[in-house]
Design a binder for this molecule. Structure first.
Ligand SMILES: Cc1cc2nc3c(=O)[nH]c(=O)nc-3n(C[C@H](O)[C@H](O)[C@H](O)COP(=O)(O)OP(=O)(O)OC[C@H]3O[C@@H](n4cnc5c(N)ncnc54)[C@H](O)[C@@H]3O)c2cc1C
Length: 341
């Protein structure tokens, strides 16, 4: 009989993030599918009562929490000790957790401490009776493997975008407080602050609802015979900011910088989507000034609804690759949409 433990950490304000609610959907579905399985919830954070209530209606058999000021921050020592204690308290055999930066850092270590094993980037579950298998992409998600393990506890971290967000009503629940030993030693490492790039520099946002892709058309000569790079940069960044979108690129556009052309400083090869790039997961995608060739579009396989803007009514997107194609000047259209936003 599997005991599934769903793990989540609170955000600064005591709430749970989107990725946490998505992983909860995964854990609930898993519990429904694995014959005889039970579900427990384990939360870690500074103040967890709001989070307990937020997931209180998920149907879990038990709730556990490690809380206190020491656990409000992402710190390897306290997080590893807290998660290890939660797994022990719940007698977890399968652990489902969101692949947040905080958990990605610590959960492999927890698996090691408990003599378990871990699979990251889990993209789905396949259950046959009591046997659990997981799916995971390899080789830039071009190959999907289905695998199972006999080792327990088995830790599974779930990327955001795999499951829909759990939207059950909040409900009161009683969480059992789990203690952690030697907190004074664990807090010898002090967290003095958090450094992150400015939001305009951070263009890759895995949690965004929209992927906005820019193609090389943004750098091409336009109707007046001139390229308008400064304009293009302002329009792209302005839209990203207003739409809170994640920025993707075609290969041709990011390749230009390596060839010495003056292109966008806020883009790198990390933004590239496609066969030799990334395969991000977002509910929606909007492509602009990008032709929609197959090696690019193959990176859109996990994008829910696809739209494209292109001057060319015969572009690749119009050949059945996008749900909607706007035959329009992206400079005008994106500027106008940003204004409206
Ligand atoms: C082995 C291999 C692997 C590859 N891997 C990848 C990959 O991972 N990712 C990837 O992206 N590509 C990849 N490619 C390259 C891919 O085939 C295309 O060459 C590339 O995606 C084209 O980029 P683009 O659409 O930005 O540029 P272009 O093909 O030049 O298209 C620019 C488009 O912008 C439009 N446009 C111009 N001005 C405007 C305007 N004002 N408004 C609206 N539209 C406008 C034009 O009509 C045109 O359709 C790979 C190729 C190979 C051979």
């Amino acid at each position: 009989m599997e005991t599934i433990l769903y793990l989540a950490h609170t955000e600064d304000d005591g709430s749970l993030g989107r990725a946490a609610f998505e992983a909860l959907t995964g854990a609930i579905e898993l519990r429904q599918q694995v014959a005889g399985a039970s579900l427990a919830v384990g939360l870690v954070g500074g103040e967890v009562s709001a989070a307990v209530t937020a997931v209180g209606g998920c149907g879990a058999d038990a709730f556990y929490a490690v809380s206190g000021a020491e656990f409000s921050v992402s710190r390897y020592g306290t997080d590893a000790a807290a998660l290890t204690a939660l797994c022990r308290a719940a007698n977890a055999t399968v652990v489902v957790a969101p692949a947040t930066a905080r958990f990605n850092r610590v959960i492999p270590g927890v698996a090691q401490r408990l003599g378990g094993q871990i699979d990251t980037h889990v993209g789905g579950f396949i259950v046959n009776g009591a046997e659990l298998r997981v799916q995971r992409g390899f080789y830039r998600q071009r190959m999907i493997a289905t695998l199972t393990r006999s080792a327990r506890p088995w830790f599974l971290t779930v990327d955001s975008g795999v499951f829909r967000k759990w939207e059950g009503a909040p409900a009161a629940a009683q969480a059992q407080a789990v203690g952690v030993a030697s907190v004074a030693e664990l807090t010898r490492t002090r967290v003095t602050g958090y450094q992150a790039p400015a939001s305009t520099a951070q263009t890759i946002r895995p949690d965004a609802k929209l992927l906005f892709v820019a193609g090389v058309g943004w750098t091409k000569k336009q109707a007046d015979g001139q390229p308008h790079l400064d304009d293009a940069a302002k329009i792209i960044l302005g839209f990203l900011d207003k739409a809170s979108a994640s920025l993707g690129s075609s290969k041709s556009l990011v390749d230009q910088s390596s060839e010495g052309h003056n292109v966008f400083s806020f883009m790198s090869h990390l933004n590239q989507v496609g066969q030799t790039g990334a395969t991000p997961r977002h509910p929606k995608g909007l492509s602009s000034c990008c032709h929609g060739e197959e090696p690019h579009v193959v990176g859109w396989r996990f994008i829910g609804e696809r739209r494209a803007i292109n001057l060319d009514p015969n572009c690749g997107w119009a050949q059945g690759k996008a749900d909607v194609v706007y035959v329009a000047d992206a400079f005008e259209l994106v500027r106008k949409v940003t204004e409206l936003l």
